[in-house]
Write a protein that binds this ligand. Structure first.
Ligand code: SF4
Length: 356
């Protein structure tokens, strides 16, 4: 994630302004204003082959498997180091474990739209390549429609800027039906650009979702959002990511999910098994110990030497999705194993047949 400048120290006003202004609080969440120097993260930063924009740092949805906590930690450590005089700031951060600070101390990139507008208007040749069709993902590290967006409207501001341009390829990743608030802007962008909305949904079991993604919108509300986007002609699909081995991967869980996705009119489904890099591991493995203790030993063994689930497991998952998506007439997009496999080859009880 792009580094964030936390102190606007150049103006007189800034001299009397706290280095990290508190914009407000909502229940147990505190919002800090930050001044971004740049909001477009290049491929060299993302390592993902596309550009990314994240309007917020930190995410209130608090998914147990979230992989994005590392960026928040970096911003906190930088801000505390830069402003040792702000004792209260340091104490606020130190009062929470880092994984929880990610969910409760949210940084709002207040100037993101202005910075993006300047970049796209006066940017370097590298930035201007965006206008020739390179991809921009919004929400790759935090949800751009988390509750903060209802108040601060940073994501909407960014979309307004993108709507001023042509030839872009943009996609949004979110768990929130709040994205439908911006259907008008999405339609304007769509006139001269490609845009799609990936809604993340890993289960339609409301209680299970609450355990795994405690503050995220309900599965039903996400499916309704998908249907609404499709009614307005916006390309929208579902990311079943991550599939959690032993928790959300039974055929009697996945097939109703895929059916519900197809019924809501999704233009595609993407899926991949849980990847457990270091930042996610520190939160997820203790979570498994507490919530799913019977699975703890298998998880530890599976992810002991790699952040991937086993190859057989991933191949089985791929085949299963291809087969069931084909059955319900919804295209299966891509996953982490983009190989050509025969959908008919998936065993009926593949979960039981595989070790993850
Ligand atoms: S919605 Fe995304 S960014 Fe937010 S906690 Fe969940 S996985 Fe992390």
């Amino acid at each position: 994630m792009q580094s964030v400048s936390l102190f606007d120290g150049r103006t007189e006003r800034a001299l009397t302004r706290p280095a990290l202004p508190v914009l407000g609080e909502q229940k147990d969440i505190r919002y800090y204003g930050s001044r971004a120097k740049s909001v477009l993260n290049g491929t060299d930063v993302t390592k993902m082959g596309f550009w990314s924009i994240n309007p917020y740092v930190g995410c209130a949805f608090g998914c147990a498997y979230c992989y994005a906590r590392y960026a928040h930690r970096y911003v906190i450590e930088r801000s505390v180091a830069a402003h040792p005089e702000q004792r209260q700031l340091r104490e606020a951060f130190e009062s929470l474990p880092l994984w929880l600070a990610f969910e409760r101390q949210i940084f709002v990139k207040e100037n993101a739209a202005d910075v993006l507008r300047r970049t796209l208007r006066f940017g370097s040749d590298k930035h201007l390549n965006l206008l020739k069709g390179e991809g921009i993902g919004i929400g790759t590290a935090t949800d751009p429609y988390q509750p903060a967006e209802r108040r601060f409207r940073i994501t909407r501001g960014i979309l307004e800027v993108l709507a001023e341009h042509e030839g872009l390829s943009v996609w949004i990743i979110t768990k929130s039906p709040l994205v439908t608030r911006d259907v008008d802007v999405l339609r304007r962008i769509q006139r001269h650009n490609q845009i799609s909305v990936h809604i993340s949904l890993i289960t339609i079991d409301r209680d299970l979702a609450r355990r795994l993604e405690p503050r995220a919108p309900t599965p039903e509300s996400r499916l309704r959002a998908l249907a609404r986007l499709r009614e307005h002609g916006i390309e929208a699909g579902i990311n079943v990511m991550p599939v959690l081995p032993g928790i959300t991967d039974r055929p009697d869980q996945l097939e109703p999910l895929i059916k519900a996705i197809a019924d809501a009119g999704a233009t595609y489904v993407n899926a991949c098994a849980l990847r457990l890099r270091a930042a996610a591991r520190q939160r997820y493995l203790p979570f498994i110990e507490n919530e799913f203790p019977d699975l703890a030993a298998r998880y530890r063994a599976t992810y002991a030497h790699s952040h991937h689930a086993g190859e057989r497991y991933r191949e089985g998952l791929h085949r299963y999705f291809k087969k069931v998506c084909s059955r319900y007439g919804v295209p299966f997009g891509h996953d982490d194993d983009d190989e050509d496999t025969d959908p008919q080859a998936a065993p009926a009880n593949w979960q039981l047949a595989l070790e993850f």
